[in-house]
Design a binder for this molecule. Structure first.
Ligand code: ATP
Ligand code: MG
Length: 363
């Protein structure tokens, strides 16, 4: 099956290490392998408004930040389509029809939505648009007939919801839509990178992030104040590496090359972990190493970002052209879907003729 890939990010802040290992890296690899028919990357501004309706300035300011982050990690607009969600109104139209194919209780059961409602304090005043954002996400995916969606594991319930809507649509109206599959990182810790505070997910809204655009000094500062094992008080104490974000980040980023360059007394992460678990290895030493590893990975990204920061007009052009291209594809699918739903009256000559005949007979 030819791959059509769609994925995206909410312009609620700059992109962080979680986005990078959870999704961006896979996108760039897929893009560079060229093993796909079409690839779309969406800046989900309409979705971001579902929990930021009172703060449009935040969304507006972060569109360019996300676009710069995309270009700086190596997404290439000559190979893929980068677009803005609200510039494709067909997506909203899809959502209106899909809402009929999902129940309120089904949406309320979605575990990601549930925990985000909690996190945002929406328990007593839940914006309708926020509750239905998994439906709108289904539109984003299906409008492009995407079959592969590279995401972090917080998005699995969304993909499940999308598949259900697709099955329901195809059952009722005929086979128009394609069931999407999530594509997760192969590295277990990258599926949901924890925050620098040790909380379960690095997330823009929580503010426990290391951003791709953070300066070298900022990365050092954030790493040095990271949460580690609270019981590892003295250097000689045995330490826990399992729930320790410093080791989790190393698991996500470190290579044996990094050891050779910055910490040659160890060959690899296993040796380092064993020492920490046994006792006798201080947090500061591991943190300094992690800061070096992250800065090595982030430096080329920062460099590329600088280049694009000098070409903002061009970046907006990339977004505008991508949005036009995305719109024309979404319009094609919408036309097909509306025909299947029998709401394409003016294009259906047979319908008009049958009504002419019906009233002629009656007359
Ligand atoms: P917000 O707090 O506004 O929801 P976010 O940090 O969760 O922001 P999103 O824009 O919602 O970021 O997520 C974009 C993509 O990045 C999704 O595919 C999501 O699964 C992935 N992602 C986000 N955070 C992480 C993380 N910590 N680890 C792995 N993947 C992540
Ligand atoms: Mg999110």
């Amino acid at each position: 099956m030819e791959k059509i890939i769609l994925t995206g990010d909410r312009p609620t802040g700059k992109l962080h290490l979680g986005h990078y290992v959870g999704s961006l890296k896979q996108r760039v690899e897929l893009q560079n392998k060229g093993d796909f028919k079409e690839m779309y990357v969406m800046i989900a501004d309409a979705q971001a408004l579902t929990d930021n309706a009172d703060n449009p300035e935040k969304i507006r300011e972060n569109i360019i930040e996300v676009a710069l982050d995309y270009l700086s990690v190596g997404l290439d607009p000559s190979k893929i389509t980068i677009f803005i969600q609200s510039a494709v109104p067909e997506l909203t139209e899809f959502t209106f029809y899909y809402m009929n194919l999902v129940t309120l209780s089904r949406l309320e059961r979605n575990p990601t939505v549930k925990s985000e409602i909690n996190q945002k304090g929406f328990e007593t005043s839940l914006p309708m648009g926020f509750l239905t954002y998994p439906v709108s996400q289904t539109s984003d995916i299906t409008a492009f007939k995407a079959n592969i969606v590279p995401v972090g594991d917080d998005q699995l319930p969304m993909l499940e919801q999308s598949r259900e809507i697709v099955r329901s649509f195809n059952n009722i109206y005929g086979e128009v839509l394609v069931e999407p599959k999530a594509m997760l990182s192969n590295n277990e810790v990258c599926k949901r990178l924890p925050g620098t505070d040790g909380k379960a997910k690095m997330s823009k809204s929580i503010g426990n992030c290391i951003y791709l655009s953070d300066s070298k000094e900022e990365v050092e500062r954030k790493v040095m104040s990271m949460y580690t094992d609270p019981n590892h008080i003295k250097v000689e104490d045995p330490g826990n590496t399992k729930d320790n974000p410093v080791f989790i980040y190393l698991e996500a980023f470190v290579t044996d090359e990094h050891f050779k360059k910055y910490l040659p007394e160890y060959q690899n992460l296993n040796e380092l972990k064993t020492h920490y678990e046994k006792g006798g290895l201080g947090d500061m030493k591991v943190k300094r190493f992690l800061a070096n590893v992250l800065n090595t990975e982030l430096e080329p990204i920062r460099q590329r970002r600088k280049e694009y920061e000098g070409k903002i007009k061009e970046v907006y052009q990339i977004l505008e052209e991508g949005s036009k291209k995305a719109q024309s594809k979404a319009a094609e699918t919408l036309k097909e879907a509306k025909a299947a739903m029998k709401i394409n009256y003016f294009e259906d000559e047979a319908l008009i003729n049958s009504h002419i005949a019906k009233y002629r007979e009656e007359a």
